[in-house]
Design a protein around this ligand. Structure first.
Ligand code: B4P
Length: 191
């Protein structure tokens, strides 16, 4: 198996690049943002609780997203590998993921970290908000709160994986194709 974390702040291009990477490498895409939005669309109790937090730019509780990822791993025993997009977002989620993978005799092979300035992130997300229908993309205050959560809680994920020498930084500004090329180069070195 080849297991990859695509890491970066909100709006850094994780969702955009994930689509291209899964097509190229045949990995199973696990996006906690997509899983949560599907719970919201189906109006499940979990989705209704998550929506309140997502609409203010906060993270949903660790145990909720860890449970979702654990079920997704169980549901895909034949996968060639997983692309984790938007997960883990806290140190506790990172430790939980490592232990879920260890139980299956697997590990994270690499963490590719997209780097984009805050002003560019805000610009991209407000722009996406014009068409995405996502309530967390339309308000600049909420977008800045999401970036604040990232700086406070999620940047620790990169520090955690740096201890294991698994993090590679990638410039996340440029054309989608250029960035895809840089990500693919790092994956090809390790496959
Ligand atoms: P996510 O769904 O993960 O969304 P995101 O971080 O906002 O977006 P992403 O990074 O994928 O977007 P992309 O850059 O591709 O999270 C939403 C919310 O769910 C979180 O705030 C949180 O509340 C909750 N949540 C999710 N996972 C969680 C977890 N593990 N724990 C707790 N809470 C969790 O795209 C952004 C825009 O940039 C697009 O419009 C795109 O077209 C554009 N773009 C992309 N690449 C570009 C480029 N090279 N140049 C110019 N524009 C580009």
């Amino acid at each position: 198996m080849f297991n990859l974390i695509l890491f970066g702040p909100p709006g850094s291009g994780k969702g955009t690049q994930s689509e291209k990477l899964i097509a190229q490498y045949g990995l199973k895409h696990l996006s906690t943002g997509d899983l949560l939005r599907s719970e919201i669309a189906n109006q499940t109790p979990l989705g209704l609780e998550a929506k309140k937090l997502m609409d203010t730019g906060q993270l949903v509780p660790d145990e909720v997203v860890i449970g979702m990822i654990s079920s997704s791993l169980d549901a895909n025993p034949q996968a060639k590998g997983f692309l984790f997009d938007g997960f883990p977002r806290t140190k506790a989620q990172s430790q939980a993921l490592d232990s879920l993978l260890q139980q299956r005799g697997e590990e994270i092979n690499v963490v590719l970290a997209l780097e984009v300035t805050e002003e560019e992130l805000v610009k991209r997300l407000l722009n996406r908000g014009l068409t995405s229908g996502r309530s967390d993309d339309t308000n600049e205050e909420v977008i800045r709160a999401r970036i604040g959560e990232y700086n406070k809680k999620t940047s620790a994920v990169a520090d955690y994986y740096r201890n294991f020498d698994k993090v590679v930084s990638i410039k996340g500004v440029g054309s989608v194709e250029e960035i895809f090329g840089a990500l693919s180069e790092e994956i090809d070195k390790r496959k």
